[in-house]
Design a protein around this ligand. Structure first.
Ligand SMILES: NC(=O)c1ccc[n+]([C@@H]2O[C@H](COP(=O)([O-])OP(=O)(O)OC[C@H]3O[C@@H](n4cnc5c(N)ncnc54)[C@H](O)[C@@H]3O)[C@@H](O)[C@H]2O)c1
Length: 200
């Protein structure tokens, strides 16, 4: 593939392994000069050799991205070699890997969920959930609130499921708590609108 980025300079953090190394190699294949940064010197060495074997130029920098005292020196080394960085792949600092939930899915009683649920949020706004086709722990849900209409197949676990940004949690016979995350498009701020619903 030609992405039109030949001879650009990319800085890839966490380039010693995983996604970072794969991205560094992919960029080198595009003819990009790649700066590899990683806290792990041994991994960095292996990745840098792979990049050097693929593309034009590679610079490997042992760098703990969390150590702010290193920034000036490392950026200086990059600028000396390649000038400005054109592409930044900011690939470190994500959450640590976590295993998938260990809570198993178990079959639910369709009668507890199936039907038309009428709800009201704490701000007075109404919503409706229609739950059908409950089989095992799967169901089909139609969610309506104002002009929003969503259809989704859901998986029920721990008496709850999600439809888009809305979470439904069964709290008793014919009763449920509902929370909808509302994002303000102007500010990007998200708030949680809570409500209750009853099975009619
Ligand atoms: N793999 C996934 O499915 C996945 C999904 C979502 C997000 N992410 C995020 O993508 C990033 C890369 O994930 P990955 O699976 O390739 O991880 P990985 O553990 O395979 O590789 C991470 C690399 O970052 C290096 N590193 C760790 N801390 C560093 C630091 N302080 N300074 C410099 N280098 C550091 C490690 O030595 C390693 O070489 C992470 O931020 C991760 O949270 C990964």
């Amino acid at each position: 593939m030609d992405l039109g980025i030949k001879n650009k300079t990319a800085l890839v953090t966490g380039a010693g392994g995983g996604l970072g190394r794969a991205i560094a190699i992919a960029l080198a294949r595009e003819g990009v000069n790649v700066v590899l940064a990683d806290i792990n010197a041994a991994a960095l060495d292996v990745a840098a050799k792979a990049v050097q074997a693929t593309g034009p130029e590679a610079l490997a920098l042992e760098w703990d991205i969390g150590d702010l005292s290193l920034v000036d020196a490392r950026v200086g080394a990059i600028e000396e070699r390649f000038g400005a960085v054109d592409i930044l792949i900011n690939n470190t600092g994500g959450p640590p890997p976590t295993p998938a939930s260990t809570k198993p899915y178990t079959n639910v009683d369709p009668k507890a969920y199936q039907g038309s649920w009428q709800g009201t949020y704490t701000n007075g706004k109404k919503f409706q959930l229609t739950i059908s086709q409950v089989q095992g722990f799967r169901a089909e849900v139609k969610f309506q609130s104002g002009s929003t209409v969503q259809f989704q197949q859901v998986l029920i676990r721990s008496s709850s499921f999600r439809v888009g940004d809305t979470k439904f949690a069964l709290t008793g016979t014919g009763k449920a708590q509902v929370g909808t995350a509302i994002t303000d498009p102007a500010t990007g701020n998200t708030t949680l609108l809570k409500g209750t619903a009853t099975l009619s």
